[in-house]
Design a protein around this ligand. Structure first.
Ligand code: FE
Ligand code: FE
Length: 194
């Protein structure tokens, strides 16, 4: 039996979180590149730095229990990240995509918060004070990131998405509908010479 006691479950959860963090570390640079809004892009980059430290904390806790970080891939996070990937490649107005990227990123944070909350509780029950402290630090970072994203969405990103498509985008679309730049140029020439 692999999960005989709470300690086994604790280690299992730590490995699962580690797999999740590793996947997030490779996803966040793509999210940062896909974001048009500079504040959003830098929020993703800042969280990438934080996430690297969070992965180190898990390494630290697991090492303290003579356990490796190796374990099955966190499939829940794989699915959540896949949805974020789909948002990146969606044919979307930049402002609308930014709002969608926040929605995807908040799913990531909430998934993490659930995992860290459980792991911290197990650490407390098992008397792993250092583990509980480290997991609590990470949990607070995830909560702060979630809050930061909510604020950014409500104050800027969602409002811009509501206004999309921008005037410039509309104009470009109309031009392409009416035959593109060529036709517009011909029209201009006709006006000037006519
Ligand atoms: Fe994290
Ligand atoms: Fe996170």
């Amino acid at each position: 039996m692999e999960l005989e006691n709470l300690r086994d479950l604790y280690v299992h959860e730590l490995k699962d979180l580690y797999s999740a963090e590793k996947q997030i570390i490779s996803a966040l640079p793509k999210m940062a590149r896909a974001a048009t809004n500079r504040q959003l892009s830098s929020a993703f980059r800042q969280h990438l730095e934080q996430t690297r430290k969070q992965a180190k904390r898990l390494e630290d806790i697991l090492r303290g229990h003579d356990e490796s970080t190796r374990g099955p891939k966190c499939q829940g996070m794989e699915g959540v990240i896949k949805e974020g990937d789909e948002m990146i490649s969606e044919d979307a107005e930049p402002e609308v995509r930014d709002a969608g990227l926040i929605a995807a990123a908040q799913r990531v944070e909430h998934y993490e918060m659930a995992g860290y909350g459980c792991a911290r509780t197990y650490a407390e029950l098992l008397g792993d004070k250092k583990g509980a402290r480290l997991l609590d630090t990470t949990l607070r970072e995830e909560e702060a990131t979630d809050l930061k994203l909510t604020k950014l969405a409500k104050s800027v990103i969602n409002l811009r998405a509501k206004k999309a498509p921008s005037a410039a985008a509309k104009k470009r679309r109309e031009q392409s509908k009416s035959g593109g730049v060529g036709k517009t140029l011909k029209g201009l020439v006709a006006k000037v010479t006519g």
